[in-house]
Design a protein around this ligand. Structure first.
Ligand code: HEM
Length: 141
């Protein structure tokens, strides 16, 4: 998929979802902990606060998808902090799949293959940047 097309599809979709965004992140943690109870102990803080944090990061990342100069340094730092929370590379696939399912649920009948592919692409770019940041910080220590 062309990068610009991904950005357009994801940004349009996210804007359309915005009235349901609180519900989306609430469902995300419900579903994540239901499917993967083993990750629950890594979350030490209030999940309501965590919902806000995830939504804020998604807004920022989606908004800046086509501005890697802005986005990459932020995601590198975010990924380095995640290594400190105990997050392993394999967890990113788990989060991607749960997030995709929650996006599909929130989008309803407008969810289709091109949109699913665009979101998958965007989430994988975000995860790759976070993992690069985690690896860089591990190499520095
Ligand atoms: C799509 C990629 C992800 C994004 C955008 C994201 C975003 C965030 C944000 C913004 C925070 C708040 C703290 C901070 O800024 O350092 C956070 C915390 C956290 N995230 Fe993520 N995250 C992602 C992937 C993951 C994955 C794959 C896991 C593994 C299960 C994970 C587990 C955690 C944990 C354990 C915390 C700390 C929670 C706490 O202090 O209670 N995240 N995440």
């Amino acid at each position: 998929l062309h990068a610009t097309r991904t950005t357009t599809l994801v940004q349009t979709s996210f804007a359309r979802l915005s009235p349901a965004a609180d519900r989306l992140v609430e469902r995300f943690y419900e579903e994540l902990f239901l499917r993967h109870p083993e990750v629950r102990p890594m979350f030490r803080g209030d999940i309501r606060v965590q919902e806000r944090a995830l939504l804020g990061a998604l807004k920022l990342a989606v908004g800046a998808l086509d501005r890697p100069d802005t986005l990459l340094p932020v995601l590198h730092e975010l990924g380095a902090r995640h290594a400190g929370y105990g997050v392993q590379p394999a967890h990113y696939g788990v989060v991607r799949d749960v997030l995709l399912d929650c996006l599909a649920e929130a989008t309803g009948p407008l969810w289709e293959e091109a949109l699913a592919t665009a979101w998958r692409d965007a989430i994988e770019q975000i995860a790759a940047a976070m993992l690069a940041g985690a690896a860089q910080s591990a190499a520095r220590h």
